[in-house]
Design a protein around this ligand. Structure first.
Ligand SMILES: CC(=O)N[C@@H]([C@@H](O)[C@H](O)[C@H](O)CO)[C@@H](O)CC(=O)C(=O)O
Length: 308
């Protein structure tokens, strides 16, 4: 087997394009891949996660989307990570086997959040049963306590994890607890695990702690500017890196006040890229036209450093 390319840099948490009548819109993905690669310089994707409304899709739809991303991303994308988390173990396992069969570069799993694991051992037991169905595929734990309500600290979860989950590759860390994140990276002295940060408005702080990359919704349409922030950081030009973070933050601060979630992300992406992302699926409802106009005007008003 060829040595695995290390996952670093930006990963777009993909949106699931939908038709106006609410079906998944697979033909759009070809254009979507080209847009990410050519316009945003983003070559990694995280499919069927939060932004992709993964938990609102049927198993069949999730498989079709995973297949389409693999097919359209071939020779264009570096990493296609498929989120296979669900509320029940058999569905997670089925999706993990499917992701392995289609050659996914990694799988990720959130904690189940109806009946929740109450401690590290229960959570790891669940993750292990999913990971073992795809024994050749790198496994990421998707930590997103604001949505799952599962607050097991990741630094605890890491202790002994490789013995229980030999494919354990890292964590998609979508939480603001930077103490937990810092302790994870501190424990990862040998660098065997990857940490991908998931709170886009705070990425610069996570870079300072040593994360390998980031998975997020805004890298769909602010990937180019965020990549420039990563470059500035790598060159130790912290003042420039801060400017980029402040400006992406200015946009997010503005839209968060208006009410910002996956439905609004779909609308912003449609308006920035011109690719029709369609409406979200219930219980989410489409962004208002007032939101779309205000968000677009805000984005257009931002003056990026060096005219980028
Ligand atoms: C709660 C949430 O949706 N968080 C987003 C962020 O990218 C978020 O949209 C961004 O930081 C703006 O707040 C990601 O962490 C989600 C994500 O990566 C995914 O779709 O799987």
């Amino acid at each position: 087997m060829a040595p695995r390319k290390k996952l670093k840099g930006l990963v777009a948490a993909t949106i699931t394009p939908m038709t106006p009548d609410g079906k998944i819109n697979l033909p759009v993905i070809h254009q979507y891949v080209d847009y990410l690669v050519n316009e945003q310089n983003v070559k990694n994707v995280f499919v069927n996660g939060t932004t992709g409304e993964g938990l609102s899709l049927s198993i069949q739809e999730r498989k079709q989307l995973a297949e389409e991303w693999m097919c359209q991303g071939k020779d264009k994308l570096d990493h296609v990570i498929i989120h296979v988390g669900a509320l029940n173990l058999p569905e997670c396992q089925e999706l993990a086997r499917h992701a392995a069969a289609i050659g996914a570069d990694g799988i990720a799993v959130i904690a189940p959040f109806f009946f929740k694991p109450t401690n590290k051992d229960e959570l790891v037991a669940f993750l292990q049963k999913v990971a073992s169905e795809a024994p050749e595929v790198p496994f990421y734990y998707y930590h997103i306590p604001p949505l799952t309500g599962v607050k097991v600290r990741v630094e605890e979860l890491l202790d002994g994890i490789k013995a229980q989950i030999p494919t354990f590759q890292g964590v998609k860390f979508s939480d603001t607890d930077l103490l937990d994140l810092a302790q994870c990276i501190h424990k990862n002295e040998t660098g065997e695990f990857e940490f991908l940060y998931g709170v886009d408005e705070q990425l610069l702080s996570a870079l300072a702690l040593g994360v390998n990359g980031a998975v997020g919704s805004t890298y769909n349409y602010l990937g180019r500017q965020t990549n420039l922030m990563l470059q500035a950081f790598a060159k130790l030009d912290f003042a420039l890196a801060q400017q980029y973070q402040f400006l992406t933050g200015e946009f997010l601060n503005f839209v968060i006040k208006l009410g910002f979630g996956v439905a609004q992300t779909k609308a912003v992406m449609t308006s920035v890229s011109g690719i029709p992302m369609g409406p979200p699926r219930l219980p989410l409802v489409a962004a208002s036209s007032e939101f779309i106009i205000k968000a677009k005007a805000k984005l257009d008003s931002i003056v990026w450093p060096n005219g980028d």
